[in-house]
Ligand binder design. Structure first.
Ligand SMILES: C[S@@+](CC[C@H](N)C(=O)[O-])C[C@H]1O[C@@H](n2cnc3c(N)ncnc32)[C@H](O)[C@@H]1O
Length: 307
C-alpha cells in the first residue's frame, strides 16, 4: 500500500455520489447535507423536511464553533475556511451566508457535487474537484471542517497495522494546511460495539453502497491526530444519526415513485435497505457518530510507537 492507494478512489466516490443530484434532492433536506444532523432542542414529535433542515443547520453551526470561526460581525473579515469533503456545499453556504466566514473552499471527488456548487454556490464559496492529498492552496487556511468524509480516508483493504499511519497522513496534511493556532472539526462515523463490518448487512453496505470506505475506531483517530492536534471537544451522538436516517428513509419512501423513475427499482431497493440497516446499526450501538474539535499544535509530537 502507498499513501496514494490508502483511500477511497475517485471511481468509488462517483459510484455512490454521482447517481444523480435529483435523486438525492428527493430525500435529503434543502441544504443537501448528507451526514448526521444535530437534533438538540428539536422535539421528538417534530419531523419532516423543516425539522431536518433546522437540525442540519445546527450541525453546521456546531462545526463552525469547533473550527473557531468567529461569531458573525466579530471580525470575520478574511476568515478562510476549508471544507474537506464538501458534498453539495450546504455548510459552506451556511458559513458565508451567516457572515462567519469570508471565503470557503470545498474539496470533493464527486463531479456531480463539484458541478452543483460551481453552478449554484453562493459568492465566496467555491468547490475544487480534488482530494486533500493533493490540495496545495496559496496560503494556509484559518479553519478546517470535515463532515462525513473521514470514512473514505482509509479502505477496508488497508492492512490493520497501517491504518493509523494512513489516518495520521490526513492530520499531517491538515496541520500543513492551517495557520498556527487554528482549529478544525471532524465528524465521522466510527465502530463502537464491534470492530469491523459484522455479518451480511455490514458487508452489503461496504460492498454495494460505499465501496472503498471503512470506519475508524476512536483509538485510531486519537492516535493519528495526537501528534498534530490537541482535542478540544468530543461528542458521541449515535442517536443523531439514527434519527437522521429515519427521516431520510421516510422521505425516500414518500418519494419512491419519482425515485424509481430516476434510478430504477434495483438502486431504489438498495438505498432503502441501506438506510434502514444503518439506522439499526446506530440504534444497536454497533457504530457511533463522533464530532471532534481539534486545535493545531505549534510543534508536532512523534506518533506513538505501535505495540
Ligand atoms: C457523505 S459525503 C459528505 C458531504 C458533506 N460534508 C455533508 O455533510 O453533506 C462525503 C464527501 O467526502 C468527499 N471525499 C471523499 N474522499 C475525499 C478526499 N480524499 N478528499 C476530499 N473529499 C473527499 C466526497 O466527494 C463527498 O463530498
Amino acid at each position: 500500500m502507498t499513501r496514494a492507494t490508502a483511500a477511497t478512489s475517485a471511481t468509488d466516490i462517483e459510484f455512490h455520489y454521482d447517481i444523480g443530484n435529483d435523486f438525492y434532492a428527493l430525500w435529503l433536506d434543502r441544504t443537501l447535507a448528507y451526514s448526521a444532523a444535530l437534533w438538540d432542542g428539536i422535539g421528538p414529535d417534530e419531523s419532516g423536511e423543516p425539522a431536518l433542515a433546522r437540525a442540519q443547520q445546527a450541525k453546521f453551526t456546531r462545526h463552525l464553533d469547533l473550527a473557531e470561526a468567529p461569531a458573525a460581525g466579530a471580525g470575520q473579515a478574511g476568515f478562510r475556511l476549508l471544507d474537506v469533503g464538501c458534498g453539495w456545499g450546504g455548510l459552506m453556504d451556511h458559513a458565508v451566508g451567516g457572515g462567519r466566514v469570508a471565503e470557503a473552499t470545498g474539496l470533493t471527488l464527486s463531479r456531480a457535487q463539484f458541478d452543483q456548487v460551481t453552478a449554484h454556490g453562493r459568492p465566496g464559496t467555491k468547490a475544487v474537484l480534488e482530494g486533500w492529498q493533493s490540495h496545495r492552496p496559496e496560503r494556509p487556511y484559518d479553519g478546517i471542517v470535515s463532515v462525513g468524509a473521514f470514512e473514505h480516508f482509509v479502505t477496508a483493504a488497508t492492512p490493520a497495522d497501517q491504518r493509523i499511519t494512513a489516518y495520521a497522513w490526513y492530520f499531517e496534511r491538515c496541520h500543513e494546511l492551517l495557520r498556527p493556532g487554528a482549529s478544525m472539526s471532524l465528524q465521522t462515523i466510527a465502530y463502537d460495539g464491534v470492530t469491523g463490518p459484522d455479518g451480511p448487512m455490514g458487508s452489503f453496505v461496504t460492498r454495494d453502497i460505499f465501496p472503498g470506505a471503512t470506519l475508524p475506531r476512536l483509538s485510531e483517530i486519537t492516535a493519528a491526530c495526537d501528534p498534530y492536534f490537541s482535542v478540544t471537544a468530543l461528542y458521541s451522538s449515535p442517536d443523531d444519526y439514527a434519527r437522521t436516517l429515519r427521516v431520510w428513509s421516510e422521505r425516500l419512501h414518500r418519494a419512491r415513485d419519482r425515485a424509481r423513475e430516476l434510478v430504477g427499482p434495483q438502486t431504489l431497493r438498495r438505498y432503502r435497505v441501506y438506510l434502514r440497516a444503518c439506522e439499526t446499526t446506530f440504534q444497536q450501538r454497533a457504530a457511533t457518530l463522533y464530532r471532534i474539535g481539534l486545535r493545531r499544535r505549534d510543534t508536532p509530537l512523534p506518533l506513538l510507537p505501535r505495540r
